[in-house]
Design a protein around this ligand. Structure first.
Ligand SMILES: [Zn+2]
Length: 243
């Protein structure tokens, strides 16, 4: 056992395939968990909203807009479903930290809890990983979560970091994923959702799992990544069980 045993790593991987027309689901306010998805939760934040910071010196304005749109997608859903926004919102919705943060090494993610008894002492981080990507070239993004057991129904997160693979994607001559789709998926992990299916279960997964934003892979149509920006009923029903 090592010190990273509770450091969950949830990866979004590349999948080759043809894109389909984006689908839209109406807002669902019900908590529904299919039996075969009963273990598709990783934990939750005990306090809301969840602060979110991005590295302002690295993401450009267009990218920040995509990240903000992804945040707003979840916020709008929870606002309609639960009457609150999970992620920070307002005049500074990204919780931007001025000169940017110092990259938190993976080794330190879980040793630096950002949750205190009175609130949050720091922010979730989202950063570009331009070099030294160690999770495999097929992995487009990866979120690390740090859950602890505090006796409730869900384990509670103490920290989270999202890394986006800018070594193998978003660079000239490589397939261009849809950043907003990726961030929506990774934010789903940060709020507590695991994938809609896992491993070999995905091979026979029903359409509602495949179409969910929390499906573990995202296809390409030629060089452009599939656009998957809408929270589907399956995503929403599971998300309603967390908060
Ligand atoms: Zn994922």
């Amino acid at each position: 056992m090592n010190q990273f045993q509770n450091n969950l790593k949830l990866a979004l991987v590349l999948m080759l395939g043809l894109a389909c027309a984006p689908k839209v689901s109406p807002i669902s306010t019900e908590c529904v968990v299919n039996e075969d998805q009963s273990t598709t939760f990783k934990g939750r934040w005990a306090k809301q909203p969840v602060p979110l910071a991005v590295e302002v010196n690295d993401f450009n304005d267009d990218e920040l807009g995509e990240i903000l749109a992804a945040i707003n997608k979840w916020n709008e859903f929870y606002n309609q479903s639960k009457g609150f926004k999970l992620y920070l919102s307002g005049s500074n919705p990204l919780g931007v930290t001025g000169t940017g943060f110092t990259r938190v090494s993976k080794a330190n993610v879980c040793s630096q809890a950002i949750v205190t008894p009175s609130g949050f002492s720091n922010s979730i981080k989202i950063y570009k990983n331009r070099s030294g990507w160690t999770y495999g070239s097929q992995v487009m993004a990866l979120t690390s979560l740090c859950p602890v057991n505090r006796g409730g129904q869900f384990r509670e997160f103490t920290a989270a970091v999202m890394e986006v693979n800018y070594q193998h994607y978003f660079v000239a001559g490589t397939p261009k994923p849809d950043l907003q789709s990726i961030v929506i998926h990774e934010l789903g992990h940060i709020l507590g959702l695991d994938h809609s299916c896992n491993g070999s279960d995905c091979e026979a997964a029903p359409d509602e799992y495949v179409e969910a934003v929390m499906y573990p892979a995202l296809g390409f149509d030629g060089i452009n990544g599939r656009v998957k920006r809408n929270l589907m009923t399956n995503d929403q029903q599971r998300a309603n069980c967390l908060y």
